[in-house]
Each structure stands twice: as structure tokens, then as C-alpha cells.
Design a protein around this ligand. Structure first.
Ligand code: DC
Length: 207
């Protein structure tokens, strides 16, 4: 069974995708991490993430970079969003994601274009979202807990900018795929959101 989980930044799609992978005993791929590694590699190389050539060179990142905690930062998220607009970068990462999705037994993948481009044949397509306010507040709390002081307004602004870029790029923009089940978790706890996702998977399996 292939489960595709798409959604905007800080929507909780990663938590849901990881929860589904554990529940169904499936391997999980966070595809955003690949774009983050490209963004980080471009930064390390001193390149320009808005230049297609520099961004493409970043796709040659070493696998060890995927375990680097700096990939989780807001800065790297912004770089990832910028390198991800280049079609050549998306193409370079395509095979790796496709292979993961096609492995025997199935997989759970999360990202922006899983149900639309990487695995349009997925058995279950989920689109996880939440209001900008709810997402900003969660991100703000997470950052405060890890000792980072930032204003809620700055985070909300950053989230809006990322949404805008991810949804309006020409290649593989963030969209709700046809047949996708939308989970808006603005007013849900993590447990409720995961339960809603499991229910959606079960409904899809019943056909
Ligand atoms: O999910 P994330 O915040 O880690 O993703 C970081 C950026 O990577 C996101 O802003 C856009 C890009 N991305 C993408 O274009 N396609 C994907 N499948 C996953 C992420």
C-alpha cells in the first residue's frame, strides 16, 4: 500500500505520516528533507539557491547530510523552498522518491507533490492542512521549547511566504490531488489528527 501525504509547511503532515508508517508497519520517507539537503548543500558551496545551475549542483549532496540537525532549521526550510522551484532539481530527486514509493510492500511518503507527481497511483492520498495561525503558533511553541526566541508574527509571515512560493511555482505546485482526503487539523490534537488519517486510510481500503 502506498500512502501519499501532502500539505503545506508546519501543517503536521510529518507527524501524521510517521504515525501512519508506524501503525501500518511501512517504511517512511520525508521528501522535504531531500530538498532541505539540496538547500543546505548550496549554502555550504556558497551558491545561489535562486540560480538553477547552483541549485542543481546541490543535488549531489552526500547522504550523511540527511542526518544533519541543521536541516530542520527555518533557514534551511526557506532555502529548500527556493531550490525546489527549479525543474532540474525536482527531476534530479524524482527517481529516488519514485523508487522508494515503488518498493515491495508499499511505503508512506510526505511532501508537496507526492499524490500529484511522485505517486499519482497511490492507494491513499491525504492532504493535511491547518490555518496559518494554528501552524504559526505550533511552530512558535516548538521553537521556544528549543530555546529559540522569535516573534509569532515573523513566523506567520515566513509561513505565508513559503505557502505562496510552494503553491504558485510552475513545476509541481502544492495542490490538493484529485481524490485526496483533506484533513484540516487546526482544531485537532495530534492524536485526533492521526485517528482521522487512519480512518481515511481504512475508508480508502474499503473502496
Ligand atoms: O516539508 P518541508 O517543509 O520539509 O519542505 C521544505 C521545502 O521543500 C518546501 O517548502 C518545498 C520543498 N518540497 C517540495 O517542493 N516538494 C516536496 N515533495 C517536498 C518539499
Amino acid at each position: 500500500m502506498i500512502i501519499a501525504v501532502d500539505g503545506p509547511t508546519a501543517s503536521g503532515k510529518g507527524t501524521i505520516a510517521r504515525g501512519l508508517a508506524a501503525h501500518y508497519g511501512l517504511p517512511y520517507l520525508d521528501t522535504g528533507l531531500l530538498y532541505r539537503a539540496v538547500g543546505r548543500q548550496v549554502f555550504i558551496d556558497g551558491g545561489d539557491p535562486d540560480e538553477a545551475g547552483d541549485a542543481l549542483a546541490g543535488t549531489a549532496f552526500p547522504d550523511a547530510l540527511l542526518a544533519d540537525p541543521s536541516l530542520r532549521s527555518e533557514e534551511t526550510g526557506g532555502l529548500a523552498s527556493r531550490v525546489s522551484i527549479h525543474p532540474s532539481v525536482r527531476q534530479a530527486l524524482y527517481e529516488r522518491q519514485r523508487k522508494f514509493a515503488e518498493q515491495p510492500g508499499g511505503a508512506v511518503l510526505d511532501g508537496r507533490d507526492i499524490a500529484t507527481v511522485i505517486a499519482p497511483d497511490a492507494d491513499v492520498k491525504l492532504f493535511v492542512t491547518a490555518s496559518v495561525e494554528a501552524r504559526a503558533e505550533r511552530r512558535w511553541k516548538e521553537m521556544r521549547e528549543s530555546g529559540i526566541e522569535v516573534s509569532l508574527d515573523d513566523i506567520a509571515q515566513d509561513i505565508r511566504a513559503r505557502d505562496e512560493r510552494d503553491a504558485n511555482r510552475a513545476e509541481a505546485p502544492l495542490r490538493v490531488a484529485e481524490g485526496a482526503f483533506v484533513i484540516d487539523n487546526s482544531a485537532m490534537t495530534r492524536e485526533q489528527a492521526l485517528a482521522a488519517a487512519i480512518e481515511a486510510v481504512e475508508a480508502a481500503r474499503r473502496g
